[in-house]
Design a protein around this ligand. Sequence first.
Ligand code: PAF
Length: 318
Amino acid sequence: MQELHTNALGQLYNPVRQAGSVSPAHWHVLGAGAIGCLFASALRRSGCPATLLLRAGEDQDQATIQVEREGQTTQVQLGASPVSAPGHIGHLLVTTKAQDVHDAVLSVAHRLDASSQVLLLVNGLGFDHTLRTELPAPAYFHGSTTEGAYRLQRRHIRHAGRGVTRIGQPGRDSAPDWFGQWRRAVSPSHWDPLIAETLWLKLAINCAINPLSALHRCSNGELAGPQLAPQVAALCDEVIEVSAAAGFAKVTTHLHQQVADVISATAANRSSMLQDVLAGRSTEIDYINGHLIAVARHYGISTPHNQALYDRIIKLGN
Ligand code: PAF
C-alpha cells in the first residue's frame, strides 16, 4: 500500500502517484527562523527529505520543529547537517535575513555545483549581486511569501496566518521540475513568470512601511494616522518616481492604494524591521530603502525622504 502524506494545509495525497517517477527533491534549509521552519516542516510532511543546515559548532544529525497552528502543535522530525559537512546539496532553500544571504550561501559553496537549485526566499533586493559573481554555478530562483509565521522559541513557531507564495526566475516562463512537489508541500504556491515585478512591488511597499514603523515603534495600522500618513505618501511618491526610471512604472501605478491596503490588512502587526529593532538585531534597511536609494542614484533621482529614514535607521546602530 502506498504511504499517504499530508501537505501544509492538512490535505492527504499520494506523493508517488502525483509526482510520477520523479523522486522527491531533497531540500536543505539555510536559516531556521519562522519561515525557514514553516517551509522545512511543510516539505518534510509532504514526503520530501528535508535537512536543516546548522552553524559551525552545532553537531547533530536530527532536528525537531514544532509548529503551532489553530491551537494544535505538530512535531516534525527532519535531518540536520553542519554547513561544513561534505555532502552535495541539490536543492537549497535560503530563508535568512537579507544581510546574511551572502555569507550563509558561501558557507555551503563546497556542496553546490551547476546542478544545484538555490531558492532565495528573502526580503528586499540587491543581496545576491556579489554572491552570483562569486558563485555563478547554481541556478538561482527567487521567492516571496505572505505566509504569517513567528518564532516562539528555537525551532518552535506559530503559523498565524495562511498566505500565498510566489516563486520564479527572471526571464523564465515555465516552472522547473521540482516545482510540482514544492507546490503540493507549500500550498498555495504559484510559479511567477513576473517575479522581478513581484519582488519590486514588495520592496516598494516595504520602503513605505518598514522604516517608519521601526522608527516610531508603532504597529503598521498607526501609519494610517494623521501624523504619519503624509510621510507614507511622500515615501510612495519617491518610490513611484524611481520605479518609473527602473522600468517598473506599471508595478507601482496604484502604490498609494496598495500600501494603504497592506497597512489596513496588517494593522495590528509589527513590521519585520520593527521586530528587528526591538530585538536588537541588524535590520534589512540596506536591502530595502538602501536598495531603492542606490537605484535612484543610478538614474540621477534624489530621494530625500527615503534617505532621511535610511540615515535614522542606520544611526540606531543595529
Ligand atoms: O516586512 C514586513 O513586515 C511585511 O513585509 C509588511 C508587509 C511590511 C507587513 O508588516
